[in-house]
Design a protein around this ligand. Structure first.
Ligand code: SF4
Length: 291
């Protein structure tokens, strides 16, 4: 990358014309940012269709090596830019946040495409998070489904401009220039953590209702395994009448529920024998039919 001294020269101190192509007076932040903005190393990973456009941006037709970004690293330890290119599923958001935490600072995140920015066509899907910005601090959003390579390049240039505006002396601007280590992003736990917060009231009400069935007291153990209420005698008869090819495990669970419902041991045993006889008759009929 060629160093443009006129561009770097950002002070009011006058420099004689004959020295302007050899001397620049500038701030430490400007030199530091100039070095970083022109040598961003993105992490080498893709999530979905947007990744194909990201790959195209790296190839010769678009060639983001013009911006010093060609060295995509396959390890977060050597990356300073995470391009989240594609649909972020609830399963993948966990390793994505973990990888982000493993990147050294200063580090940046670019949300590429509608999926990474807000869920995209899969928003509200059972397995998709509504934007990576719920979990990581995003610096640049690139809209589109998918964004073209030109759009991604535009986003990368926008990121370079953002880096230009950062200062080593302003800790509020970028946390890693402050005193002490910055906090890692909380790694979500696949399952109870990854829920739609807008449904919290409904989830809490359902959990309370389920807990009240057994204890009559509100219990707030959202992560607990909920026990189903025992069947009453009428439900037990309905279950017994239901046609079902029970496995041995299913059958023992079902028999246990009959017992909980108050059926006598003799009645349960009679039911078991009757079922076995029916199964044998069906088997004999099938063998006879097959010849
Ligand atoms: S934004 Fe569109 S192109 Fe990109 S990952 Fe989502 S569905 Fe695929």
């Amino acid at each position: 990358m060629e160093l443009n001294l006129q561009e770097l020269n950002k002070t009011e101190y006058p420099i004689p014309v004959e020295l302007q192509s050899n001397v620049a007076i500038t701030s430490l932040s400007s030199v530091y940012n100039w070095g970083r903005r022109n040598s961003m190393w993105p992490m080498l990973f893709g999530l979905a269709c947007c990744a194909i456009e990201m790959i195209a941006t790296a190839t010769s037709r678009f060639d983001f090596s013009r911006f010093g970004m060609e060295v995509m690293r396959a390890t977060p330890r050597q990356s300073d830019l995470m391009i989240v290119s594609g649909t972020v599923t609830k399963k993948m958001v966990v390793p994505i946040v973990r990888l982000y935490n493993q990147m050294p600072e200063p580090k940046y995140v670019l949300a590429m495409g509608a999926c990474a920015s807000g869920g995209g066509p899969f928003k509200e899907g059972y397995n998709v998070v509504s934007g990576i910005d719920k979990y990581l601090p995003v610096d640049v959003y690139v809209p589109g489904c998918p964004p073209t390579p030109q759009a991604l390049l535009y986003g990368l240039i926008a990121l370079q401009k953002k880096i230009d505006g950062q200062s080593l002396s302003v800790a509020d601007d970028v946390p890693w220039y402050g005193v002490g280590p910055s906090e890692p992003a909380p790694v979500p736990i696949l399952g109870p953590d990854i829920i739609d917060p807008r449904q919290m009231d409904m989830i809490r009400r359902q959990a309370e209702a389920a807990a009240n069935v057994k204890t009559e007291e509100p219990v707030y153990h959202l992560n607990a395994v909920r026990e189903l209420p025992a069947l009453d005698a009428e439900q037990a008869v309905a279950v017994a009448a239901r046609p079902k090819a029970s496995t041995a495990v299913d059958e023992s669970i079902e028999m246990k529920s009959f017992s909980q419902a108050g059926m006598s041991a003799d009645a349960i045993e009679a039911l078991r024998v009757k079922r076995r006889e029916n199964a044998l008759q069906r088997k004999a009929a099938r063998l006879a039919k097959e010849g």
